[in-house]
Design a protein. Structure first.
Lengths: 241, 241, 241, 241
């Protein structure tokens, strides 16, 4: 299981409070959680500044089963070529886990085909994350609800297509609700969107949030060898034994 | 459009406060709302005591396009023969709208195949009903959110199969969430479950709740003439022109 | 109900057999069918060559409730600005009906987020279109199966996201199957993909295909006034009554 | 991984040709395939005649993670008490794999809530099983299509609720199609219906059919410890940390 944790990594450079909260970066906090829970996984991190390709060269993607993506204030800094490459790799089977404000990342918008807009309010409200599909492997070991004492509010309408599976619904102290854990299939690739997690709160240190992410990585591993769906023009009876 | 509003009608007989709140019965309040919003519909009501068949004879069902069902403390008083008859009629195409505590009605449990259990708390909390599928015709003219000042809390996990469409999600003052508006298909019939509505609160007089119910009735009208799906044993090329 | 039928309109100009088969163009054949079945609808047509905006100016789109789209050999001739405009309008609520080879149109690929690839073989095989969701309004009056004597084969894997509703599945004489009628929601807009229909066969004169398209137009009309989902940043209790 | 393969086991007793085709019974053939592909699983079999409880005592069910079910001519011989027990166990999380003619088993009808009727024709037609969701773990290692030279035809309309995931669609030589591999969730339990497999054909010796069943068993293992969803009446802030 080869995992790449990607983070734009900008907040940590420009905001001391965030740098203090996430001393190894948001990617570092996420990778730390995965390392503890998935001891057999090979986990690397990359950021916007890793190299000219944001650490997401074709070689890296070819060596990645599941990619996690966090971004917020630098979505437009991500090169279109890299987004195209990630897109093709997801359609070919690579798992993708889209985190919090990455709802507005280029890759997520391209995969969804919608605006991906939502309501938000950053007042540190309590978020409760309720499981609504307990048969789903992403819920393994997850409390009902997860209690996150302080979080940015994300509220409906979240403009995305209907998910394959709605796994979690959150409520916030102010009364808004949000479909906070959803799975999608695009091509041969599995996609999981999970909203808890923000630069202003230490959410990626929360043990239950870490468990969800580890579960999601295991779930998102490709079912097959990776291959892009393509056009074929078969003769009649091509499949005959 | 021929509509039958069914209510067990027991609370109104044994609790003076409820009788005062719903002087024409819960069924009467619902029918009044539908009559105002669907002037071309033919609307009748029936209760457990209407007759030996609870007002749901085969003739009545054959003359019904959409049935609304409210029950709470007398689910087990509904005769199995009537439940069977309603079940067959839904599978043949009759629309069914299942209201609030009717999550535990015999007909709903039979259609769902699950326990239909949930969490509840009756402390008159504010319920907010959020639209999460604005393309759905049931949301026409509905505010986001509907605000219901006092309601019984219904919370997840609501043990039902995944719906065809998740239309509404509610939050309650205490922080719980609930999938409060869901559509299902069973056989040729359309089913809508809508949780707002309780004997202890005047929810069925709420203009927005009434609008949802009227929209749901229009949506649930059978697409075709009504016929039960059945087994066939066709020869090859039976469909040839 | 304001309907715009769009066709690239290139085959008819360069292939005499096709021009003879569709003397009013593919768009003309479709519009003729809709006009007969939806006498109260206002129906217009447009093609790639109608004007610099392919007949899809903002004014035309603002005056369109449902857009039908046919294309095949000129997908790349459609201007990106027009595609962007159509995309925004769909997300805001305009219905979109995507026909046959338009699975590879820019607008459909953008809405789906996948390759939209499939298998094909053009040998005039018989196609049988089977209804698998008879409760859906698009199936009203539709035979089970629709028999199309000669058609291009489209086969799985059709690389699109899971639909909201799978309405039709086709088989072909050669044994392939195809999910030939599927609904999707994108933003506030309803999308229906329907595969029967090809320049080499007179499929758009088939009475049952025409009925499906008329049903789909009625189904795809926006539920509300048209408005693009957007970001909001509401204060707490903004919804309080 | 504890697996129980259940078969009514009647055909094998009364029809010499079937007994010869399936010398260890249909259950034996299925168990043999699972044993080869899931060497770490503990696999037992049971039939209608195993004991008064058809080999499905509470102890056996409590010791079963995934149950496979085959039945055809003796559905009504299965005791209602056993069906109730299996139902409760599925809702609590036990996986259930429903095979071929068990579409009319009491347990499947109860879980679906519909008639589960379909079209059929027993003329040994070729069945092609096409994968339409290649991201699903049940498709791991499965050819596209699976070719089954001789099978009973099962055709649409198959009257079941919309599945969680449509994994396979079959076509038959006569032109009919069938949703032949579908997943459902009921309570905490995962259910997979798979239609290939019949007493008159040696389908359960087909290597690809065996692979599908092994994949399905792995997929259906409960995500959590097994517990029936139940009603709760929590006080406010019961979840507070």
């Amino acid at each position: 299981m080869r995992v790449t944790v990607w983070n734009e990594g900008v907040h940590e450079q420009v905001d001391a409070a965030i740098a203090e909260r996430y001393p190894a970066g948001i990617h570092g906090a996420i990778a730390e959680g995965l390392t503890a829970l998935l001891p057999n996984a090979s986990i690397r991190t990359a950021t916007l500044d890793t190299d000219a390709e944001h650490g997401l060269s074709q070689d890296v993607l070819d060596d990645t089963d599941v990619l996690l993506w966090w971004g917020h204030i630098a979505h437009d800094k991500v090169s279109d070529a890299v987004v195209e490459r990630v897109h093709q790799r997801v359609l070919a089977g690579m798992g993708l886990i889209v985190l919090h404000s990455a709802h507005f990342s280029k890759i997520f918008i391209r995969l969804m085909g919608t605006t991906c807009s939502l309501a938000w309010r950053n007042e540190g409200e309590r978020e409760l994350v309720w499981t609504v599909k307990p048969s789903h492997p992403i819920t393994r070991g997850i409390e009902h609800p997860i209690v996150i004492d302080h979080q940015e509010m994300y509220g409906e309408l979240f403009d995305v297509p209907d998910p394959d599976d709605l796994v979690f619904i959150s409520s916030f102290a102010g009364g808004e609700v949000f479909r906070s854990g959803m799975t999608f299939t695009r091509g041969a690739g599995k996609v999981f969107y999970f909203s808890p997690g923000d630069q202003d709160y230490p959410v990626y240190f929360h043990p239950q949030v870490r468990q969800v992410l580890a579960n999601a990585v295991e779930w998102a591993v490709p079912a097959h060898g990776v291959a892009l769906p393509g056009v074929t023009n078969p003769p009649r009876e091509w499949f005959a034994t």
